[in-house]
Design a protein around this ligand. Sequence first.
Ligand code: PAF
Length: 278
Amino acid sequence: MKIIETKIEIQAYLKSNSNSKIGFIPTMGALHQGHLELVKRSKEENDVSVCSIFVNPTQFNNSEDLLKYPRTLEEDCNKLKEIGCDAVFAPSFEEMYVSMPTIKFDFGHLEHIMEGKFRPGHFNGVGIVVSKLFNIVKPTQAYFGQKDIQQVAVIKSLVKDLSFDLKIIVCDTIREKNGLAMSSRNRRLSENAKEIAPKIYESLLLAKKLLLMGVNAENTKLEIRNFYKSFQQFELEYFEITDYSSLENIAFHKAEGQTAVIIATYLDGVRLIDNLIF
Ligand code: PAF
């Protein structure tokens, strides 16, 4: 497996694989099974699979969060090598940002809800780095996890609006046996927090049950707020019930596959997100 730090080198490597289908998995490292499943899928569907590892400072609106973000490059490369990833692109900050971009993305209503609302500037940073990475790697297909449901919507809109010539593949959220969605942030959870963290998935399942029974979104949200009152360790940031594709709020569950319940919560100071589509 090649480990490449510069744009020139990754482009030279990919040129030597011209006419190949390139699968691309952008990540910020601290890889878990969820990331590895994206790589495995890419390997099945492409000739060459490239994983990028870059903790992108422009998408962090909280400097402490950026500082605490786990950085485990060596461990990540070992995992990727083991599953047969072809190349890792791990640039430095200077390599990615020769100068600070002045361009600003505006993703419309996605900027004002959920992650957009609580992490101002986050999607601008995601849009910038993902555009840069797409331009450098020029993938045929790029792989993202459903856990970041709003990021997926932002990236789909980026690809459509800027005519990037690639396909976005969205893969299911991978969970621990106890239901906790895998996330790089889980390694920051204390043992106590890890024990209670599966309550997040439980709350999503409860919302699903209520909505499928015909309870409206407003009352379902009230039930969920009550559910979290019993678990003081959580600090709920948002719990939304939306249409799966537009991410607009809905009043009731409509049809199979069209409803998303989406949560962001702090648990012992670690911010976790998750969602369920049904
Ligand atoms: O999902 C992530 O890990 C990041 O937001 C991404 C897409 C790699 C951009 O930095």
